[in-house]
Design a protein around this ligand. Structure first.
Ligand code: GLU
Ligand code: ZN
Length: 467
């Protein structure tokens, strides 16, 4: 097989969303699996809706996802001459012709077809008029009079349509700009594409593109059209379903590996395996096993995927990733060494970096800034709580060394000597340290805070205890 070349061809009319990201991932994986090339092309011909800020945002999301591309970035708006040189070839070989019909005239033809129960189409009025270029004239592709266009879709299997379903579509508009199908075919050929995986909203374009390849005498790439991603209610995916743009996930502290893993599984499978490393995805993704039925987005499963990736990271790597989130939520620039024990204590308890950073808050603020949850305070900071806190504070104030094991031992000894149960003692201590009934092991929390900060929290809690 010749070198596999794939592409992602976003239109910069919005941020990268989940469907686009998944298309990019499939194409990237296919190229990486076969050691080929993955190209990126910006389809910015819609001048009204395309914005540089969206191109920048899409590129940033691609980089964040780790979807590196090969070769130069291609902008369609810079290639008008190239597209028109192909239009000229089609004109020269009589595969295309100039058309002087106005929009109103074409609309009237369509109307007429509709009225007689036929498919609305251009009726070929200018086909044999031998017109040349001129003001207001477009160029149309001359379709074969009969026959079928067929191809084997990588996802949907064999597809065939009768050319009579189509009409002589425009390839160069009256303003001199190529149409979408013309530009895409020229680019896909020039870039050497062998495989095109895209959303099935483009499937109706594929027969037209194949007719263009045939008219130009070019090799036709393989196409795979993946069904749209839907919400759980089988409706078009939107914010309502918890779906966000890729940049939003980055802001909320999702790990790109998790999003790639989750999206790759949305419409593709490898046995029952749910969790993959990127290397495994590359190893297994060969363009087969793409599912022709629609996949539904599940934000709970995505969070689960993310929690898994978070747990698998080395602690120092996780600490480095959570560091900017800690800073962003106003907890200062914390050294990695300080974040490592926090990650160890809290990473099993949250499913994203933002949540992880937030869970550190009680342990990174000063005792005086600790906020208490009323319910827990009222329940546990009582007269009985005061007794335990006072006695334990006394023990801790002279405990040596002030380290996890010794602290744990001291707590257990206190419970045993006083004939208590751990669950009678732990709640006031936990509320004193965290401000609420959450957090990690008490001895780990105290060792992290250090003696002075631990005692300060005991003092504050003792002062808050109500009889
Ligand atoms: N620019 C098109 C889009 O964003 C993709 C075209 C294609 O993949 O052929 O939907
Ligand atoms: Zn015409």
């Amino acid at each position: 097989m010749s070198e596999v070349i794939t592409r992602f061809a976003p239109s910069p009319t919005g941020h990268l969303h989940l469907g686009g990201a998944r298309t990019a991932i499939f194409n990237w994986l296919l190229a990486r699996h076969f050691g080929g090339k993955f190209c990126l092309r910006i389809e910015d011909t819609d001048l009204l809706r395309s914005k540089q800020e969206y191109t920048d945002s899409i590129l940033a999301s691609m980089r964040w996802l780790g979807l590196d591309w090969d070769g130069d970035l291609i902008y369609q708006t810079k290639r008008t001459d190239l597209y028109n040189s192909y239009v000229d070839k089609l004109l020269a070989t009589n595969h295309a012709y100039w058309c002087s019909c106005t929009a109103e005239e074409v609309e009237a033809m369509r109307e007429k077809a509709r009225a007689t129960g036929q498919k609305p189409r251009y009726d070929g009025h200018c086909r044999d008029l031998g017109l040349g270029p001129g003001e207001g004239r477009c160029v149309r592709l001359r379709l074969p009079d009969s026959g079928r266009v067929s191809f084997t879709d990588l996802v949907k299997g064999p597809i065939a349509i009768d050319v009579q379903e189509l009409d002589d579509f425009v390839i160069r508009r009256a303003d001199g700009m190529p149409t979408y199908n013309m530009a895409v075919v020229v680019d896909d050929h020039e870039m050497g594409l062998t495989h095109i995986i895209r959303g099935d909203d483009h499937i109706s374009n594929t027969p037209k593109q194949i007719l263009l390849y045939q008219a130009l005498g070019l090799e036709i790439p393989k196409f795979g059209h993946v069904p749209m991603i839907l919400g759980k209610d089988k409706q078009k995916l939107s914010k309502r379903h918890g779906a966000k743009a890729v940049i939003e996930y980055e802001k909320d502290g999702l790990l790109p590996e998790a999003l790639v893993n989750y999206l790759a599984r949305l419409g593709w499978s490898h046995g029952d395996q749910e969790l993959f490393t990127i290397d495994e995805l590359i190893k297994y993704f060969d363009g087969t096993s793409l599912n022709p039925s629609q996949a539904c987005f599940d934000d709970v499963k995505l969070a689960w995927c993310n929690a898994h990736v978070m747990r698998g990271l080395p602690l120092d790597a996780l600490a480095a990733k959570v560091q900017p989130f800690v800073e962003n939520i106003g907890l200062g620039v914390q050294p990695i060494e300080r974040l490592i024990p926090l990650c160890q204590m809290f990473r099993e308890r949250t499913s994203d970096l933002l949540g992880l950073a937030q869970s550190f808050r009680p342990l990174l603020v000063a005792a005086s800034d600790l906020s208490f949850i009323d319910k827990d305070k009222n329940k546990h900071l009582t007269a009985v709580g005061r007794t335990h806190l006072t006695k334990i504070r006394d023990i801790l104030s002279s405990l040596e060394p002030f380290e996890p094991e010794a602290i744990n031992q001291a707590l257990n000894d206190y419970v045993a000597t006083n004939n208590l149960k751990f669950k009678e003692v732990a709640p006031p201590v936990r509320t004193a340290l965290m401000g609420f009934m959450g957090g990690s092991h008490l001895h780990e929390i105290m060792a992290f805070l250090g003696r002075a900060e631990t005692l300060a929290r005991f003092d504050l809690a003792i002062s808050l205890c109500q009889d």
